[in-house]
Structures are given as C-alpha cells and as structure tokens.
Design a protein around this ligand. Sequence first.
Ligand code: NDP
Ligand code: GDR
Length: 359
Amino acid sequence: MVADYMNGKVALITGVTGQDGAYLAELLLSKGYRVHGVKRRSSSFNTGRLEHLYEDPHVSDPRFTLHFGDMTDSTNLIRIVQETQPDEIYNLAAQSHVQVSFETAEYTANADAIGTLRLLEAIRLLGLTEKTRFYQASTSELYGKVQAIPQSETTPFYPRSPYAAAKLYAYWIVVNYREAYGMHASNGILFNHESPLRGETFVTRKITRAAAAIQLERQDKLYLGNLDAKRDWGHAREYVRGMWLMLQQDEPDDYVLATGETTEVRQFVSWAFEDVGITVEWRGSGVDEKGYDAATGRCIVEVDPRYFRPTEVDLLIGDPSKAYEKLGWRSEIPVRELCREMVKDDLTVMATAPTMKLD
Ligand code: NDP
Ligand code: GDR
C-alpha cells in the first residue's frame, strides 16, 4: 500500500503524460499534494513533459509516483485506485485527437467513454464514493454543430465526431453517478487550450512549429486543412487551475472554461508567422487558398484536403460566466500572447532539435 500519508491530499491523474496532465501535476505538487499518475507503457519514452517533476523512485516517501496503466484495463484501474486511495481523481486520459477518432472510432469509444465508466466503477466497487472526488475532462466538442452562440452549460450538445460522441457518454455517465450514488463528480467543459506543451499535431502547435521551422529554413511549407474553423483558444496552465477549483467546491457541478473570444485558424497562422518576422499574404479561396511570404513572394502555406474532417465543428466560442461567478476563475492570457509564447518556445526547441516531424 502507498496510501496513508501523514499529511496532505492524494490526487490521481490519468493522462498525466499529456499536456494538461503535466501542468496539473505541477500545480498539485506545488499545493502540497501527493500525486500519482497513470502512464501507458510505450516502446519509447513518453514522459518528456514530466521530466522537471521526476523523482528518483528509490527515494523514500516520494511525492510524485507514476503507475503503468490503461483506460481500457479495468483490473489495472481498480488496483491503482485501491493502492493510492485518492482524495481526488482527475480523469484526463483520452484518445484526444478529433481527426484520429474517425480512423480509430472503436478504440476512442473504449478509452474515452467506457474508460470513464471503468474509473467511476472502480471508485464505487472500492467503497470510495464519499471519499474520492472526480473530475472529468469534458469538452467543447460536445457542442459540435452549435445550437447557440456563445455556448454555455445549458446549450444542447450535438457531437460531430466519434471523439465527441464518446465524450458525450462520459459526460452523462459522470452526471448519472453523481445523481445515483451522491458522488462528488464534476464535468469541466473545457474549450481548446494550448501551450508550448501542446501535442504537435493539434493545429496551433503544428502552426507555431512550422513558423519556427520555416524561419530557420528547416521546412518549406505548412500544409493545413480547414482555415475557416474558429476556436476559443486559451492557455492550458490557466485551465488546469480551473479543474482543481471545481473539486474544491462543496457541491459537484459542471462548468464551462473558455476565454469568450474566438479566432479563425487563418488568423492564428498570420500571427505565428508575424512572430518570426514574416507577413503572410493570402490569395485564392477554398482548397486553392495559399499563403505567401509578402517579402519574397514564396508560397509557405497550402491547403491539403487530407486534413479536412468528414464532419467539422465550424465555430466554438464559450461563455465562461458561471465559472467566474462560482469559482472566481477566468482566463487572463489572450490568444495573441499565447501564440507568441508558443512560437518563442518552438524557435528555441527547433534551434536545438536535430530532426523534426511535420505532420
Ligand atoms: P493529450 O492528448 O495531450 O493527453 C492525453 C493523455 O491521455 C496522454 O497522457 C495519453 O498518454 C493518455 N492516454 C491516451 N489514451 C490512453 C489510454 N487508453 N489509457 C491511458 N492513458 C491514455 O490531451 P490534453 O492534455 O490536451 O487533454 C487532456 C484531456 O482533456 C483529454 O481527455 C482531452 O480529450 C480533454 N480535453 C482537452 C482539451 C484541450 O484543448 N487540450 C479541451 C477539452 C478537453 P500518451 O502520452 O501515452 O499518449
Ligand atoms: P480540435 O483541435 O479538433 O478543436 O480538438 P485541433 O487543433 O485538432 O483542430 C482545430 C481546428 O483546426 C482545423 N485544422 C486543423 N487541425 C489539425 N489538427 N491539423 C490541421 O492541419 C488543421 N487544419 C485546420 C480543424 O479542422 C479544427 O477545426 C481539440 C482537442 O484537444 C480535443 O481533445 C478537445 O476536446 C478540443 O480541442 C476542445
């Protein structure tokens, strides 16, 4: 047993190796928590985002411990919950890429939907429904084909991908376990949040990496899909604090975290290139739209229909007023500043990285 600590709360984070997991682990450790994280076995290292938090497992009484596990493995999840006896569980693990979910629909449902059920059942089976608070990483993708602008906690859902449909199940099973068993279980309906730790194939990071690489003459062109899509982009560091705040409330509830501003993909591209000293001139439309370096006339951005999704979410803009009123949470880092930070970081990474993957 690794439970029964002398003081401080114990948190368990699934998806600890991801963008949000890394920021959340750092936040909880800074607040004096014992943090346990679930990581998948991988043939290569997948703990790069956690290096600064790593503790030698040979030290006695470690504050940060990683356990091998997978959201598709019930017995493994039950054992980890049993061993760690967490006060708070943050369920961040998911196959989180919307486009990939069209190709791996069944796996996405297994990990994202049934995985959430497995974790809730582990809490119930182990008699922890009163002790353990639960955070579910719900998403603005639930709004999909949006039914209102802006989207709030009361806006009807209309998922537009296997990912969103799986997350819809997870959202409702969390609500159901809260109502059926009195669990302190909350959904954070988080709009897109980004950072220098963002996965390289999500659009913001793909763009900031490409801007850095093109400026350093390491890449010729950036290929993108739908430039018209609009997203409400905030900073991940701020959003993980919102997750923690939800679990500190007396009553569980569901909250939107968003900035309240929306930006086109095309605009984000222009900003990222501006941050490396390149002005993008847009010409053409639809699949023939291209971005040119205004100074040299060189084509640096092209549309590749390969990145179009079978069904798209055109516009997301959140209404975070409930989170502000009840949690005192609001986003303070504007998307323009977020973009600048990401480009700066990618320029540094790119200058030292021997090779890079573009896709
Ligand atoms: P990432 O894709 O960066 O991280 C996902 C994490 O889940 C990784 O640690 C990954 O492990 C892990 N994981 C994936 N599949 C499994 C599995 N079967 N079993 C165990 N672990 C698994 O996502 P983010 O950090 O950006 O997002 C965190 C959560 O929040 C996700 O659930 C996402 O769907 C949700 N979300 C994210 C938003 C965003 O804008 N970032 C907005 C709204 C919701 P590995 O490192 O091995 O791949
Ligand atoms: P999203 O993020 O689907 O909103 O899901 P992503 O960055 O993948 O796409 C945002 C928008 O950009 C358009 N787009 C492209 N996207 C990618 N990935 N690659 C491209 O080349 C490209 N070109 C244009 C997309 O079509 C889309 O409209 C993210 C994930 O973190 C989810 O897990 C989370 O739930 C939601 O945000 C909120």
